[in-house]
Design a protein around this ligand. Sequence first.
Ligand code: NAP
Length: 262
Amino acid sequence: MELGLVGKRAIITGASRGIGRACALGLAKEGVEVCIVSRTKMDLEQVISEIEAIGVRGYAVTEDLATAEGCRKVVQEAVRFLGGVDILINNVGAAQNGDILDLAREQIESALRLKSFSYLQMSQEVIPHMQLNRWGRIINIAGAAGTSPTRDNIPTASANILILNMTRALSDAVARDGILVNSICPGLTNTDRARTQQRPRAKKEGKNVEDLLLQLAGQIPAGRMAEPEEIANAAVFLASSACSYVFGSSIYMDGGQRRGTP
Ligand SMILES: NC(=O)c1ccc[n+]([C@@H]2O[C@H](COP(=O)([O-])OP(=O)(O)OC[C@H]3O[C@@H](n4cnc5c(N)ncnc54)[C@H](OP(=O)(O)O)[C@@H]3O)[C@@H](O)[C@H]2O)c1
């Protein structure tokens, strides 16, 4: 399949590790110039050297995406480096979950501020650049928790459900401009975040976090966690010209864990 990605220009948020890093490397392998964002320069530089080893240009922008100013600067810098933007992968997220009975208002606010609000603002800032070429792809890495609330995951679930609603609304707003907006909802994925998220539960249950992850993976129909590269493969397809008739949709990549009809 011809993906038509050579020479395209992409921004990937939260790309110094995990799913964002895998998306940046996946796009670079298809000939996309990438601008990667996180708060930690050293980690970004490591990923840039991996991107350059593939033979394409990569740029790092160090900003805090929890602020409106940070999001604005990222797009400004990316346009300066790349000369425009064709693809945006919104991926940043670091919600602090906790039991609903003890949840502080700030835990939900900060999850929305970093994830939902940055996804919306980054989209709003790149859309005029995509409209110039009448071509664009926005991929929102949401999360299966968005439609599977539990007593423990309300900050993450709230941020993700807002993103799924925004995906539909943004898609309607720009579909006629050649811009496709879609989401991916990963389930448990083998990243640092999966470990950070499960550490409090592992401690409470007196378990090693790796053992707890194995136990959780065993409850997934697929029998294992996703690898970040598997999520990135779907993101690369959604970012491509081969993906030409998927509008405002969400792909669940949760190893079959979601209940309800597909
Ligand atoms: N892993 C899972 O099981 C899973 C499941 C469902 C959905 N997801 C979603 O997938 C996305 C990626 O998750 P992941 O597991 O790959 O996470 P991760 O390994 O923790 O990576 C998060 C990335 O975001 C960056 N980041 C965090 N806070 C930031 C901020 N304020 N400003 C700029 N960058 C920031 C981090 O770098 P710095 O800390 O250096 O800034 C890092 O590059 C998230 O939206 C997450 O909710 C993950």
